[in-house]
Write a protein that binds this ligand. Structure first.
Ligand code: ZN
Length: 375
C-alpha cells in the first residue's frame, strides 16, 4: 500500500470511529440543466474557488456547458456543492438531506448529480425502496445491516476515477429521497446504527441481497465469478409462498445458440464452432449449464446468460433448461440474482418471530455483526 493511501485509510478510520461517515450517491446522470432550491442555501463553486450564502428561499440554476473539458481533462470534475444549514435541498420534486454536488462529465458535456449524505440517513430512505417501509422492523433491520455493509465497503474501498461511491440504481442499491423514510425505516436504522457484517476473518465484504431466492441462495462466485469471504449457499423455504410465482418460458434453439455463442465470446474468450447444441441434464440449483456443441463440452454460468438477455427473459439465476419439441424450455424459481439475503425470506422469518441477528445468521451463517462506527 502506498503512503498516500495508507494516510487516507488512517484518516478515514479515525473519523469513521468518531462519527457517522457520509456516502456519495450518484442520483442522476447526463443532465443538461440542473435547478436546485432550498432555504438559506450555501453555494460553493469549486472551479472558481468561491462560496456564497443566500438568505431565505433561493432557486439556483446551472447549465452544463462544455467549458470544463478544457480546464481539466479528467472524466469527471466537482463543479459545485450546495447545502442548506436549515433544511432540505430540492431537485425537481425530490428533497434531499446532506449536500448536492454537481459533477461535470467532461466526456459528454453533461452533468451528473451526487447526494453526499450521512450513511444512516441514506439507509433510512433506502429501506423503503429496497424493501418496504411497512414491513416488520426486524426484517428492515436485517436489510439495514446488509445495505450498510454494502455501502460501507464501497466507501472504504474508494475510487480513483469516480467522485462518488455508489449509484442509486439496481447496479448498486436503490436509495430514496427524504420523504421515502418511514417511522419504521428510521427505527431500523437507529437500532442497528453502525452495524455491518464481516466475514470469518473480520474482513468487510459486500453484503448482497435480492428479492426472492426461490428455494436456495447462491454464492457470489456462482453468479459473478469473484470469491467473497464467508458466503454459503443456504436452503430457504421461507420465500416460497410470497412474491413472484415459479416461472417458465421457451427459447428457440437458434436463439439459444446465439446467446451461448455471445456468452462464450464475452466471458470465456471462446466461441461455438459447431451449431448442433445438446443440453446436458440440468437442475434448477445448478449454477452452470453444461452443453455440447458437436463433440465439445461447454460449461457456462447461468448468470452470464441472464446478464445477456435480461431479467424479463430470465427473472432469476435459479432455472433449469431442457430441450423438448425442438424448443428450449426454461423453468425457474425466484427473482433477482439470488446471492445473500433473500428479502421475502427475511419477511417471513420476521413474521415468525426471528430477530434481525437470527435472520442475518441464517443467510450469512459464517459472517459476524460488528460495529463499524460508534452511535
Ligand atoms: Zn428465499
Amino acid at each position: 500500500m502506498r503512503t498516500g493511501s495508507l494516510l487516507f485509510f488512517y484518516l478515514f478510520f479515525s473519523s469513521a470511529q468518531a462519527a457517522v461517515p457520509s456516502v456519495k450517491v450518484l442520483i442522476a446522470k447526463s443532465l443538461n440543466h440542473v435547478q436546485v432550491e432550498g432555504m438559506d442555501l450555501r453555494k460553493t463553486i469549486h472551479t472558481q474557488k468561491t462560496s456564497q450564502q443566500y438568505s431565505g428561499k433561493k432557486l439556483i440554476s446551472f447549465k452544463c456547458r462544455p467549458g470544463h473539458k478544457r480546464v481539466l481533462g479528467k472524466q469527471s470534475l466537482l463543479v459545485a456543492s450546495l447545502s442548506s444549514p436549515t433544511g432540505l435541498i430540492s431537485w425537481g420534486k425530490n428533497k434531499y438531506q446532506g449536500e448536492l454536488q454537481l459533477l461535470a462529465d467532461t466526456s459528454s458535456n453533461s452533468c451528473d448529480l451526487v447526494n453526499s449524505i450521512p450513511l444512516e440517513a441514506y439507509i433510512t430512505t433506502l429501506l423503503a425502496k429496497e424493501m418496504n417501509g411497512t414491513w416488520p422492523v426486524e426484517a428492515l433491520k436485517a436489510q439495514a445491516v446488509a445495505a450498510r455493509t454494502y455501502a460501507f465497503e464501497r466507501l472504504k474501498r474508494g475510487s480513483s476515477d469516480k467522485l462518488y461511491h455508489l449509484e442509486s440504481s439496481e447496479k448498486d442499491q436503490v436509495s430514496g429521497t427524504f420523504f421515502d423514510a418511514t417511522e419504521k425505516t428510521v427505527m431500523a436504522s437507529r437500532e442497528t446504527e453502525g452495524e455491518i457484517l464481516v466475514g470469518p476473518t473480520g474482513k468487510i465484504s459486500p453484503a448482497f441481497f435480492h428479492s426472492k431466492c426461490g428455494g436456495k441462495t447462491l454464492r457470489p462466485d456462482q453468479v459473478w465469478g469473484g470469491v467473497e469471504e464467508g458466503y454459503r449457499s443456504v436452503n430457504c423455504t421461507f420465500c416460497q409462498k410470497t412474491g413472484m410465482k415459479d416461472w417458465n418460458g421457451k427459447i428457440q434453439n437458434k436463439k439459444l445458440i446465439s446467446m451461448v455463442d455471445q456468452v462464450l465470446k464475452k466471458y470465456y474468450s471462446d466461441q461455438i464452432a459447431d451449431s448442433d447444441l445438446k443440453i446436458m441434464p440440468d437442475s434448477v440449483h445448478n449454477s452452470e449449464l453444461r452443453l455440447y456443441a458437436g463433440d465439445r463440452l461447454h460449461i457456462i454460468k447461468k448468470s452470464y446468460l441472464r446478464n445477456l438477455v435480461g431479467r424479463e427473459v430470465l427473472p432469476s439465476n435459479n432455472f433449469v433448461m431442457s430441450m423438448r419439441d425442438k424448443h428450449i424450455h426454461v423453468e425457474g424459481q425466484g427473482y433477482g440474482h439470488g446471492v445473500g439475503l433473500c428479502q421475502l425470506g427475511a419477511l417471513e422469518l420476521a413474521k415468525r418471530g426471528y430477530d434481525y441477528r437470527q435472520i442475518l445468521s441464517f443467510y450469512f451463517p459464517r459472517h459476524k455483526i460488528k460495529t463499524a462506527y460508534a452511535p
